[in-house]
Design a protein around this ligand. Structure first.
Ligand SMILES: Cc1cc2nc3c(=O)[nH]c(=O)nc-3n(C[C@H](O)[C@H](O)[C@H](O)COP(=O)(O)O)c2cc1C
Length: 210
C-alpha cells in the first residue's frame, strides 16, 4: 500500500468549521472528475450533484434549519462553508441501463423491487466517498451530513427532478482553525461519534464464515 494513499485515508476527518473563502470551479471539477471514476453497477453512473455556492448556500440553510435551531447550533462555522453539494442517486437510470440488451436477461430493468440491494444508493455513496477523499487531497475540508428537515421544499426550490433520491449533503471549503481565544469554543469541537473507538480488523472480518 502506498504511503500517500494510507496517509490520505488516515488523516481524513469530517470538518465542521469553514472559512468563507470560495472554492474555484476548476478545483471542484477535479474533485468531481475523480469521484466520477468510482465503480457503478453496469457503469450506470446514476449520480448527480446540485451545487450551491457562496450566498446560494443560504437557500439550503434557510430551508433545512429553523431560526431557533440555528441560534443554538454548535458548529456555527459549518454555515460558512462556501459550497454545499447535494448528492443525488438516480434509480431510474438503473432501470434504463438494466433494460439494455446486455443486461435485460437480469430482469432488473423491470422494477426497483427486483434489486437485491439499492445499487443506485450504493453507487452514489461510493462516488460521494471518493469526493470526500479527493477534497481532502486538494487541501479542502468536507462534511457529509444528512438532510433531516425541509427536503421537499428544498427540492422544489432547486427544481430537482422528483425521481432522484437525496443521499445527503456535502459541505466543502477550507477548514477554519481556532485562534488562541477560540480553542475551547464548541464550534471547533469534533462530533461525539468521531470519538468512539474504531473497530479492529478482527471485529470486522469473519474468516470462513460468521
Ligand atoms: C451516512 C453518514 C451520515 C452522517 N451524518 C452526519 C450528520 O448528519 N451530521 C454530522 O455532523 N456528521 C454526520 N456524519 C459524520 C460522522 O459522524 C463521522 O463520519 C463519524 O463520526 C466518523 O468521523 P470522521 O469521519 O471524522 O472520521 C455522517 C457520516 C455518514 C457516513
Amino acid at each position: 500500500m502506498s504511503d500517500e494513499f494510507s496517509r490520505l485515508v488516515r488523516s481524513r476527518r469530517m470538518v465542521r468549521a469553514f472559512r468563507r473563502d470560495p472554492i474555484d470551479r476548476a478545483t471542484l471539477a477535479r474533485i468531481v472528475d475523480l469521484a466520477s471514476r468510482s465503480p457503478s453497477a453496469g457503469k450506470t453512473q446514476g449520480w448527480h450533484l446540485v451545487v450551491l455556492e457562496g450566498d446560494e448556500t443560504e437557500r439550503f440553510w434557510g430551508t433545512t434549519m429553523g431560526d431557533e435551531t440555528r441560534e443554538r447550533f454548535r458548529w456555527k462555522h459549518l454555515l460558512d462553508a462556501p459550497v454545499i453539494a447535494l448528492s443525488f442517486a438516480d434509480p431510474q437510470a438503473y432501470l434504463d441501463r438494466y433494460s439494455a440488451s446486455d443486461k435485460s436477461r437480469t430482469g432488473l430493468g423491470d422494477s426497483l423491487a427486483a434489486w437485491p440491494a439499492p445499487y443506485w444508493t450504493i453507487d452514489a455513496s461510493f462516488a460521494t466517498m471518493t469526493m470526500l477523499l479527493a477534497a481532502h487531497d486538494e487541501g479542502l475540508g468536507a462534511l457529509f451530513f444528512g438532510v433531516f428537515n425541509g427536503e421537499q421544499q428544498l427540492r422544489d426550490d432547486l427544481r430537482v427532478p422528483t425521481h432522484l433520491q437525496l443521499i445527503g449533503a456535502v459541505a466543502l471549503g477550507y477548514e477554519r482553525l481556532p485562534d488562541a481565544t477560540e480553542r475551547d469554543d464548541a464550534a471547533f469541537s469534533r462530533g461525539v461519534s468521531a470519538g468512539l473507538p474504531r473497530l479492529s480488523t478482527d471485529d470486522i472480518v469473519h474468516y470462513g464464515g460468521w
